[in-house]
Each structure stands twice: as structure tokens, then as C-alpha cells.
Ligand binder design. Structure first.
Ligand code: SF4
Ligand code: SF4
Length: 100
């Protein structure tokens, strides 16, 4: 969250640190919309299809390092966050107004 230089407009909503997106390849659901619907309903996850055709699911997973100060969320170990966190580019953080 709030990756300096990438997401300068970060609102510290914490959304990016509360879900895990898993890409899936070569699964039956990839070619069968009904199967995908059953899979998503039974597992209570959000199926995603990216413009590239890649299929993925988004599942709830709150990072243990996520903190809430009563107003905003922050990473408790921001300096040591993994590269996947540093590379994340957020659609919600467009704009150049820094949130801190
Ligand atoms: S605005 Fe985007 S980068 Fe900032 S915390 Fe929310 S989801 Fe994460
Ligand atoms: S390590 Fe920090 S930036 Fe990465 S998911 Fe956890 S709280 Fe978010």
C-alpha cells in the first residue's frame, strides 16, 4: 500500500493488503463459464478475467502486517515489505496527490 513513486495518490484504504489474487492456468473453468460460476460460488471468491485472457480468483487474506490507526491503514513493516508489494500498481491511487 502507498508505494512511493507508484501510487502517490494512495488513500490508505488497505484494500490491496486484504486480498490475494491467484492466477489460474489450464483449468477446466477457463473454458467453461458455468463451471467457473459453480467454482466461484462454492469457494466464495471473485473470479477475474484479465484482458490478456488470464483467469484468476481473488480471495480474502488480510496481511498480518496491516495496521489500522482508526482512520487509515498502514504497513507495519513498510521498509521490509516484499517486492510484490513494491511493484503493485493501484487503480484507486491514480493522481499525484500524495497521501503520505
Ligand atoms: S489506495 Fe490503492 S495502494 Fe493505497 S491502500 Fe488503497 S488499494 Fe492500496
Ligand atoms: S507486507 Fe505491508 S504492503 Fe505488503 S501486503 Fe502486508 S501490509 Fe501490505
Amino acid at each position: 500500500m502507498g508505494k512511493a513513486g507508484k501510487n502517490k495518490g494512495c488513500q490508505r484504504c488497505g484494500n490491496c493488503c486484504t486480498t490475494l489474487t491467484i492466477a489460474m492456468n489450464n483449468v477446466a473453468a477457463d473454458a467453461d463459464a458455468q463451471e467457473l460460476g459453480r467454482w466461484a460460488a462454492l469457494h466464495r471468491c471473485d473470479p477475474l478475467r484479465f484482458p490478456s485472457g488470464c483467469l484468476a480468483v481473488r480471495v480474502p487474506l488480510v496481511c498480518r502486517w496491516l495496521e489500522f490507526d482508526g482512520t487509515h491503514y498502514r504497513c507495519h513493516d513498510y521498509e521490509h515489505r516484499p517486492q510484490i508489494c513494491r511493484d503493485y500498481q493501484c487503480d484507486r491511487a491514480k493522481g499525484d496527490k500524495a497521501a503520505g
